[in-house]
Design a protein. Structure first.
Length: 314
């Protein structure tokens, strides 16, 4: 009888371990085999698993995220190599505290306003306005009209004042970007479209869109200059760059629903190495709003993926 009881306990423990490991593995296997033919014919299973591990065990945990996506594409062909997509189940008793589950990757969950500095650079290029031209960002507050007041992130410290367009874009000055848009005849319409938070996207679309912007042939190459400069010493996000790897791209945070701030949307797009890109990454994590909210919260995890990709032999 004692032997039977011990055997039963051993079987129970084995079944529990198998279930716990199996649920996580099954989620990744389901995503890989169900979606790879449809959207990811060149899917890299090792990379997909790494994306899931990073998203699940690092990014979502670090931010208390309720939804997250990572996409990796081939920078030379725009072919999707890997993706991960996870969501916390909504629990009636405790809100977004349920189990982490696989969800369809194509779900459009984030705004596209991460691209505003690059669109501003394109506006300057199309209007033949030099990046070296001076622009007045004033005291960090610009009242355009009764319905539009633009503030820079440092408005409480007096703003950036008079700087070059290049400096304004590298520091993500919204006033500088607005004035870059206004160098175009239809600048007001373009500005409104760029900040249209109703327009939704996902990590694959972010990665592909940025990859296309970065590789467009241009005599002045404004987009490339801003995308790489943001992570250099003159750029606002230089402390977030991975060591020894030249990165082009940008991090962004959008606090949704205006004054209610019901959610925080963390996004990243970037390609590397910047001089001759091999990979482009798109990343999205959405969580219920809470403090702190900083762009550096996910940079360590993104850099882990970048460094792993650069160091693996494949």
């Amino acid at each position: 009888m004692k032997t039977i009881t011990q055997a039963f306990r051993t079987l129970l423990v084995f079944m529990l371990i198998f279930y716990c490991v199996g649920v996580y593995a099954q989620r990744k296997e389901v995503s890989y085999f169900n979606d790879s033919v449809e959207i990811c014919p060149l899917a890299d299973k090792e990379l997909i698993d790494s994306c899931y591990n990073l998203l699940d065990r690092n990014m979502m945990l670090e931010t208390d995220g309720m939804y997250g996506q990572i996409a990796v594409i081939d920078a030379t062909t725009s072919e999707v190599l890997a993706w991960a997509s996870l969501e916390k189940q909504l629990d009636d008793d405790c809100g977004w505290c349920g189990d982490m589950v696989y969800v369809p990757f194509k779900k459009q969950v984030c705004s596209t306003d991460i691209f505003v500095p690059f669109i501003a650079a394109k506006c300057l290029e199309k209007s033949n306005t030099s990046l070296g031209k001076m622009v007045d960002t004033e005291c960090g507050i610009l009242e355009v009209n009764d319905s539009l007041k633009i503030r820079d992130h440092n408005w409480r410290r007096g703003g950036y004042g008079k700087v070059t367009f290049e400096k304004a874009l590298l520091m993500k000055s919204r006033i500088g970007m607005y004035k870059a848009f206004m160098t175009m005849p239809n600048g007001a319409d373009l500005w409104e479209q760029a900040y249209d938070t109703i327009q939704k996207s996902n990590a694959i679309e972010l990665a592909i869109s940025f990859n296309q912007m970065y590789h467009q042939k241009s005599s002045l190459e404004y987009v490339k200059k801003i995308a790489t400069g943001i992570f250099e010493k003159t750029g606002i996000q230089h402390r977030l760059a991975p060591r020894g790897i030249k990165l082009a791209g940008i991090y962004n945070i959008l606090q949704c629903d205006d004054n209610k701030r019901s959610s925080d949307e963390f996004t990243f797009v970037g390609c590397f190495p910047a001089d001759n890109p091999k990979y482009t990454i798109g990343m999205v994590v959405v969580r219920p709003h809470k403090l702190p909210v900083t762009i550096g919260m996910l940079s360590i995890e993104v850099n882990l993926l970048i460094e792993w990709l650069m160091n693996r032999k494949k």
